[in-house]
Write a protein that binds this ligand. Sequence first.
Ligand code: SF4
Length: 355
Amino acid sequence: MLRRTIFSGNIIAWYKENKRDLPWRNTQDPFKIWLSEVILQQTRVKQGLPYYETFVQKYPNVAALAQAKEQDVLRTWQGLGYYSRARNLHRCAKIICDEHGGEFPNTYREIIKLPGIGAYTAAAIASFAFGEKVAVVDGNVYRVLSRVFGLHDDIATGKGQKVFAKLAQELIPSSDPAEYNQGIMEFGAMHCTPKSPGCPNCVLAVECHARREGLQDKLPVKSKKLKVKHRFFNYVSVVNDGKLLVKPREEKDIWQGLYDFHLVETQKPTGLDLLSDLDLLVRSLREAGAEVAVSDEYVHILSHQRIHATFYTFYLNNNTTSIPMVNKTSFHPLEEVLNLPKPVLISRYLNDTFF
Ligand code: SF4
């Protein structure tokens, strides 16, 4: 097998030459490193960078984040998706303040006990901020290790993941674990990319198993395609004298804590007549003579779900003010709604309908 010191040495040398200058690389502040890692999960650097900068500006340290209102944190996070991550960030900041005196725990074993922090993020914080010799294993690392070392273990299985975690831990050098960890992730993100790896001018070209065998497009092995669930959302948006009827999402579902409208979810696409049969509010609005505009379908893509949304916008006039108030809904001026934390889907509808 390729000598470990050659592998890690080449990765570090490549990193020194090619690394991107990113703000979270110029700090050892565990709070900022944590923030960047959480933002960058499932998000490209270009998209995540402005969010990182806004967060650091608004919440420069863990105490500032802990003291913020959850609604403000969600509003700042808006557009990144996966809102449970923002809620966990906030929860975690409170725990660090309440139980650790505001000091970030400084070992992998302690960091991983915090809510919402998994093995990857704990390893990133422990090594980047505190120099602990603990290997990070993310999608980039799987790709590089599987290709260079010819590992065909399935990275979608616990068994396969253990094989990679073990090798990653064996490869990490004691001298500079942080630089090596950053290096292998950057090498995977920039050079040994999924679709077009830069094999002809690669520092590992001679040693690389995938290049020798022409297996770049076969590695890493990942089974189990996640099934995408299609959901049909019928949003009832009521407009009355410049105010909109909105409600917080409190169910254990996507977008918890964000604001949307009264929602009727159906198994398949529906229409206004069927919706009237299903929903008391829609029925009352029609009986009261409210004008209605029906939107085209909006498709919103999440990792495991496709949301097919239709917005039924009802315009009340002065004579049609008596409608049944649905639980938790309340009228807010449009300007106020714009400042509430909302799913991107709702922002798209507001932009299309009112501006
Ligand atoms: S030779 Fe190609 S496949 Fe192998 S590590 Fe380099 S870029 Fe990746």
